[in-house]
Design a protein around this ligand. Sequence first.
Ligand code: FE2
Length: 297
Amino acid sequence: MITVTKLTPHVGARVDGVDLSKPLSDADFAHVAAAFFANEVVVFPKQNLTPDQQIAFTKRFGVLEHHVRKEARLADHPEIFILSNKVDAAGNAIGAQDAGRFWHSDLSYKEEPSLLSALYAIEVPVKDGRPLGDTHFASTTAAYDALPDSQKQTLASLRNIHSYRDYRLKNYAAQQEDMRRGIRTVQEHAPTPEQLASVPDMFTPLVRTHPVTGRKGLFANEGHTSHMADMPIAEGDALLAQLYTHITQPQFIYSHRWAEGDLLMWDNIAVQHKATFDYDPLPRLLYRTTVRGSTAY
Ligand SMILES: [Fe+2]
């Protein structure tokens, strides 16, 4: 029997009683999908999945993306994006090491930003009995609901710009800062001109309506938003800073402590997430699949 247990009042639920390595019946899938969209983040503990099984399950939600970073995809499975700090025999990163340094939602810079991501934990670093590398999720719908009506009206017509190029530069600067502080970083490939050309800057509504639930949420994030459109940069930056502080208040957050075998799925329209880099050089390996969404409105 499938059971759904809420993990916080606004965001996050645990789903037990499902084996995702087997095809779900339509009724079970509908149950799981409803729990997912209602709770924005769901964890299915104790799974044992091959890449093909992870792909088969997540494909039921829509078309899977092939990440713009080819070097971080799993060989023969372009739908799988590798999140890892591990390196191959030649010393090259086997995946993306620092996807998630900033609050962000996956692929929010794309013309059709991602609907959801699913991350399957294969290797979880543990130190002194405590798993490391927690992921934090903030509900942008709960944060939006909590705004005063007057601000909701002001925000309704505003747009912000999501930029993959600016994100990579920001990430690179943060990496250099880590190196200065003596934190090990794996040298990553710079994006190629072709990669950059495939993800031009996107003008996106600041208040976005969820195509499945109809809920409104704040669709701007620290990682991918470069600036607000249609207003002076400084004014836009001040507004964004206020919204980021608002969104990431503790009452809107679920923090996931990983266990091997967790399949964690989150709604990229309704939540933002952020990784924790407290484990390196302990090895960490997760596989992500990402379902394509639709143009924001
Ligand atoms: Fe991410």
